[in-house]
Design a protein around this ligand. Structure first.
Ligand SMILES: [Ca+2]
Length: 105
């Protein structure tokens, strides 16, 4: 049962990263955002932009934070901020990629 749960979580994170990449791509193409990091999640994106005091991200982060607080029965507080920090410490960009892929601007 634990194996099923961990596998399901991996699939959900991969889908989350895909959605984040697809959501960010048009903004990147329009020059309004950095090239999307394919290993960043929606929560991480919200956490990074909320830390920059962007109102849209702060609003969305509150909603996501509440969702994770409920889903984890109160164990995961400030999910978006924590996710942004976790993702910042796990840079997965490879050497030939441009610098703006490795750090959100
Ligand atoms: Ca990934």
């Amino acid at each position: 049962m634990r194996r099923l749960g961990e596998t399901a979580l991996s699939v959900l994170i991969a889908l989350d990263q895909l959605l984040q990449t697809l959501f960010t791509a048009p903004f990147a193409l329009a020059g309004m955002a950095a090239i999307p990091d394919p290993d960043a999640t929606i929560s991480g994106l919200l956490g990074r932009h909320a830390a920059k005091d962007r109102k849209w991200a702060k609003f969305a982060a509150v909603l996501v934070d509440v969702l994770f607080l409920v889903l984890t029965l109160g164990r995961e507080r400030n999910h978006c901020q924590r996710t942004a920090l976790r993702e910042a410490h796990r840079c997965t960009a490879i050497a030939w990629m441009p610098d703006n892929l490795q750090a959100d601007t």
